[in-house]
Design a protein. Sequence first.
Length: 411
Amino acid sequence: MGVHDVWFKTKKGPNGQRLKTAKYGRGKRWRVTYTDAAGEPREQMFEREDDAKNFDAACRTGIAPEVRLEHSERNVTFPSYADRWREARVITWGIETRGRIESNIRLHLKLAFPGIFRAVTQTEVLMWLTRSLADGVAPSSVRLYFELFDAICAAAVVDGALPANPCDGIKLSQVFRGLTRTPKWVPSDQDVIRLFEVVPERYHLVLLLGAGEALRIGEALGVEDGPRCFEPEHGELHVVQQLGYEPSEYEGGHHLRLPKGVRTFDPASSTVDLDPMVARGLAWHRQQFPPVEVEMLDLTAGRPVRRRVPLLVTTTHGNPFTDRTWSGEWVKWRRLAGWPEDPKHSGFHALRHYFATKLIAERVDPKDVQRALRHATLQLTLEVYVHFWPRAERRRGIVGEALKPIIGGRW
């Protein structure tokens, strides 16, 4: 718990001055973090510091509605509530319906959500859906189980057992389409290392930004020197632009535009953590290959502005890359590295898949993976990478281990 000023960084400057964050002057200033009634970490924003402090105090003392909950309701499990829900309605169902619903709850829903009901999140529901599809469960069956779970959750909200329905906002049609986005090939550590071995050092920064920061190729080729894109001292990378080339549209062809899926120039929402290894690679690259100022049109701020952009990545002649130039080089490099020939599976985007799956293998929270990839929704992240998420291991023999002394060597 606590009150945080999101407009200023906690770390002071070299002279003790307060340093502004990328969110300075935008939106509400004061953030309160607290633990809700279900034991989940939450946050709430306030414009006035006094309001934030009052809410923080109410949370600490248990007065705030957000943290109050009867002990019996706090600990109710989904299996327990599902049984109550079914028993209260079974009298209105026919014999076939009774058997089907009891079976679906017992064999599918209880196994998927065995714990505290209030702790079930939309993330868990999405992972359950996408994993079910990945395991070969028919979409019609997935829809049936989901609609049953949704009905139980809706009733729990009315009963006060849940603060909100975790199924709200989930569109099954999008989940069903999502499996087509799953990458068919993801490079291994050795595949990426071999790529670094065959690509000239001049372009290692591009590979680092792909494999270490999940940047798309246009975003990596469009990075420029300075705090607009990099703030190593704060461990921040601002993905605010990508390099484009359209000679029929713009004078000179080269221009900067917003990254994929971004509608407005907003460094705060486009900031990701700068990996220390990538930061060291950036410093080395600056020394070996100083930035080259290239005049081009900047379309990122809405009104087109022609300016000199200190590009960190250029050709050996000091020019920005075109799509064709980069593609020609990439084909040669990936062949030398032994990557698949199919460009659909072995393009630069494969480095982004490498980044995502490395985070997933380390059991990074799905929401953090979404933020790192800058996906618009968590659902998209889960749809693309559900096959790679480690499964929770079912622990067996727990009670048997505890009762070993009674065996006495008999079996």
